[in-house]
Each structure stands twice: as structure tokens, then as C-alpha cells.
Write a protein that binds this ligand. Structure first.
Ligand code: NAP
Length: 517
């Protein structure tokens, strides 16, 4: 892989903040730093373009299932969204616009893959090493590497010798024409329900391998007319109000996930009605009816998934795949199918949430070891033993029913205050107190019990041992409230030159505040 060589000055000087990744979280952090007057930062991006998951997932039909007015930064609204639920290209375009609007391109090192981060307690600096062996020092590191960026490949015997084409939805092979081909799609998650309707009309036949049917709800999508766009541009408060209403609707659904109840049963009937509206064949309808509690897996929104499955050229095999021989797929129910191509809509490696590269903290601690049994952090952002290493979209901060951008923005506010505390000194680090991390995670796991997410289905939210390390077990507003203030008392400050700073010695911080305002 070719690597952008850092500007010599960047490589030799010490960055205040190194941001790893240029998806929503990385770009959002960079904007917030810029707005706060903190300029000595750099975004390190492993690809040649910004955008994270919205750069990578280019499969046909790729779109967001959260309305765009909410799936965008509150501090960088876009009055020009063309649909209620924007497609991948438009969201990627929005992120590129943000980068240009806040002059972040010149602050980004592309083709720069970080392979390790090591903390030195003697200097309170992190050393980041790139794939090409270059090093870079930073006082703080913001991990913005995202949760859904490592495709999960199913372990199917014979797949590596498949005699046709096989690719993952996140690595779509646009050079391969699907027209007239016999195609198998494995998986029925959020990616599959978008790709199936997009390719079904083109292919000769499509066989969908469904291990578990999804709960699918109607998607209230529509184009946004130019008049409406003009209103949002001329009267931004109207877009803010609309955003607020969308947020409130999502937030109101939270109890469905926290405690399955009679309300959940009523909500399930919406899904059943949606299914029977589009699928007349009772046998197919039964195959597609979920047998687990609503919300246990992600609820999917689509108006064209069920109609696509009812097409003549589409069939659903309701089991997994046993093996592949040549071009033949053998399903667990004994059926077999000869295909030209296999689309793996099999999701991402998420649950153990291991760090994307070696992160070595105090006393040689390795984050991957600490997270072997499932990732843990404090408020999803900081981890004991790894001072000045800050996480976005970390453990237990995923939303089940609202926009992830709401969580990211909560984190940006908290992390910005952390950064300011550290930068108020020449050589400071803030270390999270162990008891804070322990009690926070005990609270998370206690609240996770008896939720829809732990009600018995298999999902990417859970580790192999069944621990939910991905989702926030409450209202998103609660998360906003606990991240609103930076709780300095949860951390111990160390200065490289003079040791530990007493907790009460806050006056030092205030001395520096005017410079950071
Ligand atoms: P996913 O939800 O993890 O779904 C993976 C699918 O592959 C599941 O149906 C799973 O079956 C199946 N599968 C995995 N291994 C298999 C095997 N060996 N044999 C047969 N089937 C297998 O993945 P995803 O659809 O890519 O979605 C992941 C997440 O990405 C979503 O939950 C969402 O957060 C995000 N996403 C969002 C959007 C959006 O519109 N915002 C769009 C796409 C993705 P089981 O269910 O039986 O395990």
C-alpha cells in the first residue's frame, strides 16, 4: 500500500491531537477542534478519500435508514437533502462538503494506515506508527475508526474455491455485471434488505439465504421538493424543528427496546401487516415471519424488500449454507443451487469491538488484551490505563432507535472538554480512575438485562458469551445528559515533569482557559 509521506514538519513536531479516521466522528471532532481554536491537529486516514462507512459501502441500493435531517451534524445542517432517507452518494457528498467548508482537507493525511499507538508516561505522548514504519507523536489521540468497517466473512467450507464471483456488500465489485446472472445473497440484515431489491430486477435469478428473518417496517421515504429545501435554507429554524420532531419520534420508541411489553406486541403487528400487504404466498409469508422479540435485532425499514422477495425470479431458502462445491451452494435444508455469483451481506466484525490496531498504554498494557472478553470504557470514551486516548463510538454507545450522530455529537462535546483540560498544561495526561470504569460498566450490564436486545436472538450487538458491548441501554437523552459536563473528578492528572496534580488544584486549569476559549 502506498502511503502519503507526512509533511516533514508534521512528522517532527508534536501534534496536540491526532484523529484516526475521517468518517462522521473524525470529521465532527476536527470541526469542533477548529471551532474551539485548536489548530494543531491532523486527521490520519488509511484510504485515499474521506467518508468511512459512507465511502466504503457503495453496494446497489445503499442508503441510510435514519432520516437525513437527523443523520447529519446539528452544527452543519444541510438544507439540500434530496430525500428523507438519503442514499450513500449524497451522504458521502455531505461529508465531503463538511471537509471543504471547514478546510479540513489540508489537515488530512490520506493513505496513512496506523498500525500501532504506544503511550510514553515519561513524556505523556502517544507515538503512532504507520504501515510504512513512520512515526508521529501526539499529546492526545481520538479514535474515530468506526464500528462497522471490518467485513465479516462467513466460514463456509469450499467458499475460497467457489468458481464464480464472490464479494461482500462493503466491498462491492462494480466491475462485475450482475445482469442476467444467477446470484445468491447470504444474509438478511440492513445491508441485504437494501441490496436485494436493487439487484433483483437485473439478475436472472436471486436466491436469498436467510438464517433469521428480520422485522421489517414501512419506510416513510419521499423526495424533498425544492420548495421545502428553500424553506430550510431561508428559515433554518424550520429544519431544526423538523429534526427535533424526528428525534422525538425515535426517542419515544425507546421503551420498546428497554422492556418488551404489550406495547411491543402491538408494534409487532405493524411488521406483520407490512409483510402480509406485500407477500400473498402463505408459505413465503411464514418463512419471513420473525419468531423472536421485536427489537432484539435491528428493526429494518423498507418498502421494496418484501415486494422483491415476492418476485418470480427470487426465492428464499430459510437456512444457512453448509458448503460450496464448484459453483454449487449446498444449504443446510439439503437444497442446492448453482450460481454465478455470491453476495455476502453477512455484516461486520463488531461485538468484541477489539481495537483496530495495537494500542499500548501504561505499563505495557495492551488494549486488545483488556478487551478480549468484550470492550469496556467509561461513557464509551475513555479507558483506564490509556490516558489521553479518546474513543468515539466506543463500547455501549450505539443507538438502537435513533441517529448515531446524536451520540457522536454528545461525545464530541465531552471529548473537547477533555482535550482542553489536557492542553491547558504543557505535558499533562488524564487517567481514568479504575473504579469509575468498573461501576459504569456494572450499571450498563445490569440495565441491559431483560431488554429486547438480550431476549434470546443472535445478533451482532452481542459477544459470543452474550454480553452486549455495543448498545446504550437507555434513552439517548440520558446519554446526552451524562456527557454534557466533563467530570474532571473521574480522572487523575499527571504532569510529565512534576507528577500527579492534586484534584483540587483546578485553579491551574482556569489560568489557561482564556487562551483556549
Ligand atoms: P448484519 O445485520 O450483521 O446482518 C448479517 C446477516 O448475515 C444476518 O442476517 C446473518 O444471519 C447473516 N449471516 C452471517 N453469517 C452467516 C452465515 N455464515 N450463513 C448465513 N447467514 C449468515 O449485517 P448488515 O446487514 O451489514 O448490517 C450491519 C449493521 O450495519 C446494521 O445493523 C446497521 O447498523 C448498519 N447498516 C446500516 C444501514 C443503514 O441504512 N443505516 C445499512 C446497512 C448497514 P443471522 O441473523 O442469522 O445471524
Amino acid at each position: 500500500m502506498s502511503e502519503f509521506t507526512f509533511d516533514v514538519n508534521v512528522a517532527e513536531s508534536v501534534l496536540d491531537v491526532a484523529i484516526v479516521g475521517s468518517g462522521f466522528a473524525g470529521i465532527g471532532m476536527a470541526i469542533r477542534l477548529t471551532q474551539s481554536g485548536i489548530e494543531n491537529f491532523r486527521i490520519l486516514e488509511q484510504s485515499a478519500d474521506i467518508g468511512g462507512t459512507w465511502r466504503d459501502n457503495t453496494y446497489p441500493g445503499a442508503a441510510c435508514d435514519v432520516p437525513s435531517h437527523l443523520y447529519s451534524f446539528s452544527f452543519a445542517p444541510n438544507p439540500r437533502w434530496s430525500r428523507m432517507f438519503a442514499e450513500q452518494k449524497e451522504i458521502h457528498g455531505y461529508l465531503k462538503d463538511c471537509v471543504d467548508r471547514f478546510n479540513l482537507r489540508e489537515k488530512t493525511s490520506f493513505n496513512t494506515t496506523i498500525v500501532s499507538a504506544k503511550f510514553d508516561a515519561g513524556t505523556n505522548l502517544w507515538t503512532l506508527t504507520t504501515y510504512a514504519g513512520r512515526t508521529l507523536k501526539a499529546r492526545l489521540v481520538v479514535m474515530a475508526t468506526g464500528a462497522l468497517n471490518r467485513p465479516a466473512y462467513p466460514d463456509i467450507p469450499g467458499m475460497e474455491d467457489f468458481r464464480g464471483r464472490v464479494f461482500h456488500t462493503a466491498e462491492w465489485d462494480h466491475s462485475y455485471a450482475l445482469e442476467g446472472k444467477k446470484v445468491a445473497v447470504i444474509g438478511t440484515g440492513a445491508s441485504a434488505i437494501q441490496v436485494v431489491p436493487a439487484i433483483a430486477p437485473k439478475v436472472k435469478s436471486l436466491t436469498l439465504y436467510q438464517r433469521t428473518p428480520a422485522w421489517v417496517f414501512p419506510k416513510f421515504d419521499r423526495p424533498i421538493k425544492s420548495l421545502e429545501q428553500r424553506l430550510y435554507r431561508l428559515l433554518p429554524v424550520t429544519q431544526k424543528l423538523f429534526r427535533g420532531a424526528i428525534y422525538a419520534a425515535g426517542e419515544a420508541a425507546t421503551p420498546l427496546f428497554l422492556k418488551p411489553s404489550a406495547l411491543s406486541k402491538m408494534a409487532e403487528s405493524i411488521g406483520r401487516r407490512h409483510l402480509s400487504r406485500y407477500v400473498q404466498d402463505p408459505e413465503l409469508r411464514e418463512k419471513l415471519t420473525p419468531t423472536y422479540a421485536l427489537g432484539c435485532k435491528r428493526i429494518l425499514l423498507s418498502n421494496d424488500y418484501y415486494p422483491a422477495l415476492a418476485r418470480e425470479n427470487v426465492s428464499v431458502v430459510s437456512c444457512g449454507v453448509d458448503k460450496i462445491e464448484g459453483r454449487t451452494i449446498y444449504a443446510s435444508d439439503g437444497s442446492k443451487q448453482v450460481v454465478d455469483a455470491i453476495v455476502l451481506a453477512t455484516g461486520f466484525k463488531v461485538p468484541v469491538a477489539s481495537a483496530p490496531f495495537d494500542i499500548i498504554g501504561l505499563n505495557g498494557k495492551v488494549l486488545q488484551d483488556d478487551w478480549k472478553e468484550g470492550a469496556e470504557a467509561y461513557k464509551g470514551m475513555t479507558v483506564t490505563g490509556y490516558p489521553n486516548m479518546l474513543f468515539t463510538m466506543g463500547p455501549n454507545t450505539g443507538p438502537g432507535n435513533t441517529s448515531v450522530i446524536f451520540y457522536i455529537e454528545s461525545q464530541l462535546r465531552y471529548l473537547l472538554n477533555y482535550v482542553k483540560e489536557v492542553l491547558a498544561f504543557d505535558d499533562a495526561s488524564l487517567e481514568l480512575k479504575q473504579e469509575k470504569q468498573t461501576s459504569f460498566n456494572e450499571m450498563i450490564q445490569t440495565r441491559m438485562q431483560n431488554t429486547a436486545w438480550t431476549s434470546g436472538c443472535h445478533s451482532w450487538y452481542l459477544t459470543p458469551s452474550g454480553k452486549n458491548t455495543t448498545l446504550w441501554p437507555g434513552f439517548s437523552m440520558e446519554y446526552r445528559l451524562i456527557t454534557r459536563q466533563f467530570d474532571r473528578e473521574s480522572y487523575v492528572m499527571h504532569l510529565a515533569t512534576s507528577g500527579t496534580v492534586a484534584e483540587s488544584d483546578q485553579s491551574l486549569n482556569r489560568l489557561f482557559e482564556p487562551a483556549l476559549a
